[in-house]
Design a protein around this ligand. Structure first.
Ligand SMILES: O=P(O)(O)O[C@H]1[C@H](O)[C@@H](OP(=O)(O)O)[C@H](OP(=O)(O)O)[C@@H](OP(=O)(O)O)[C@H]1O
Ligand SMILES: Nc1ncnc2c1ncn2[C@@H]1O[C@H](COP(=O)(O)OP(=O)(O)O)[C@@H](O)[C@H]1O
Length: 427
């Protein structure tokens, strides 16, 4: 099996004491069926690869002043949000404390188990070659004396059901989509890298291909999560063209439409009991704040575990503010951290080559915070982010006129930041 390192892969910041949790590297197959994946393919071949290093985790602000150090910061798996996922930290701890005589191979098995399971009953297979290679010079390792903190279970707020699987060592597997793979790979070499999940290539599990990326929740304790879809348009120009050339009215979208508003379909749509996807998407845009503010709230998971995806009609600025205030639980410090992070993201977006040269549609910002005061915002979902024909570039603020490919992403981010700015003095 050939393991080709991803050229763009960043190196682990504390040496190579890390092994990939992935079992095999394969030719992509069973690609996730996304309309955009079949229509908007990028030509580059999918690399067969595994990356055996860990990109440094994106910066996360920590509010240590108000809350004191978070429980994470003192644990073996402690991570201020920068550097290693828990299992990697554990490896380092073990190496530095090593004293007993357990074999290297046993230790390797222990390492992979402790990432997510208790050491008893773990039957996972370790990619042995990788572990041996990484640890050949480190012998006589012992299990850590300090208990490992159990990670909160991963939560999917919105999106296609069945698209994700949790991996080991803080990784997330998302059903393979070539368009997304191309974007994530390019983003690993772009200024935006700290604002997207680290990407590790393609793996296969049960005959299904997956893109492997960082689980952005991995460093949080019972996180509050919000998914906001960015931009003033949620379908690609190419989808519009396709809908005109080969209209395919959809019953599932008609049903979703009447469930929200029985009056929404036209007489013709009612007769057909079906709507075109672009028509459905446009209806969703005008019903929500997408058309008026350039972003919309898709879903929120609160600290109590409750999940709300009922924001289809959240349109007005005041309504959006109320939802945001509830999301941060009226916590001005959390709100300020989000505000700061979004302003930083905007600066980077304005300089990013990737951003200039791509139509970014249907992509979300994932907002995550927890009780310790950790806050993070990342760009996710690049299934409908496509390269522009050279030399076309976008400013992401100009209004969309068919043909100009503008997506309104920065216009939406400007509005988002303005809303947070106006909320700050009120909290
Ligand atoms: O949110 P609701 O109203 O359920 O509508 C969904 C979302 O717009 C999805 O976008 P996202 O994946 O960004 O959440 C979109 O997937 P695409 O991204 O494939 O356009 C779905 O299209 P279909 O997958 O064609 O059903 C559409 O049915
Ligand atoms: N890297 C990630 N880390 C943690 N959670 C994620 C990550 N990517 C996606 N999610 C979760 O999955 C949900 C759907 O993600 P998305 O990429 O939009 O999927 P889809 O393409 O199916 O719409 C998000 O709202 C978020 O809750």
């Amino acid at each position: 099996m050939t393991k080709t390192p991803l050229a763009a892969a960043p190196r682990a910041s504390m040496g190579d004491v890390y092994f990939t949790p992935l079992d095999k590297v394969v030719e992509p197959r069973n690609r996730v069926h996304h309309a955009q994946c079949s229509s908007f393919t990028c030509n580059a071949a999918v690399p067969q690869l595994l990356v055996t290093c860990e990109p440094s985790r994106s910066p996360i602000e920590t509010n240590a002043i108000r809350n004191g150090p978070s429980p994470d910061e003192d644990s073996v798996c402690s991570d201020s949000g920068i550097g290693f996922p828990p299992a990697s930290s554990l490896v380092l701890q073990k190496l530095s404390n090593s004293s007993s005589t357990s074999s290297l191979e046993e230790c390797a098995n222990d390492l992979i188990c402790w990432g997510e399971h208790s050491s008893t009953g773990c039957t996972d297979q370790v990619p042995k070659g990788c572990v041996w290679k990484k640890n050949r010079s480190m012998v006589n390792l012992s299990p850590p004396a300090v208990p490992v903190k159990k990670r909160s279970p991963w939560v999917q707020v919105v999106g296609h059901a069945g698209n994700f699987q949790t991996g080991r060592d803080g990784k997330l597997l998302k059903k393979y989509c070539e368009c997304e793979q191309q974007c994530l790979q390019k983003l690993m070499n772009d200024k935006l890298r700290p604002y997207v999940p680290g990407y590790y290539g393609v793996t296969q599990k049960d005959e299904q291909d997956y893109n492997v990326m960082d689980d952005l929740l991995a460093d949080f304790d019972s996180p509050c999560i919000m998914d906001c879809k960015m931009g003033s348009r949620t379908y690609l120009e190419e989808e519009l063209k396709k809908a005109r050339e080969h209209p395919q009215p959809r019953k599932d979208m008609y049903d979703k439409m009447v469930a929200v508003d029985p009056e929404a379909p036209t007489a013709e749509e009612q007769a057909q009991q079906a709507v075109l996807k672009t028509r459905y998407m446009q209806w969703r845009e005008t019903l929500s704040s997408t058309a008026t503010l350039g972003f919309r709230i898709e879903g929120i998971k609160k600290v109590d575990g409750s999940c709300n995806t009922n924001f289809k009609k959240t349109r007005g600025k005041d309504e959006v503010m109320r939802v945001l205030e509830d999301f941060v639980d009226s916590d001005a410090i959390i709100l300020r951290s989000y505000h700061q992070r979004l302003k930083e993201l905007r600066l980077v977006l304005e300089k990013s080559d990737f951003f200039k040269t791509h139509e970014v549609v249907g992509s979300s910002l994932l907002f995550v915070h927890d009780r310790s005061g950790k806050v993070g915002v990342w760009m996710i979902d690049f299934g409908k982010t496509v390269p522009l024909p050279s030399p076309l570039i976008l400013d992401h603020r100009s209004p969309w006129v068919e043909g100009n490919r503008e997506d309104g992403y920065l216009w939406g981010l400007d509005n988002f930041i303005d809303i947070l700015t106006s909320m700050l003095p009120m909290l």
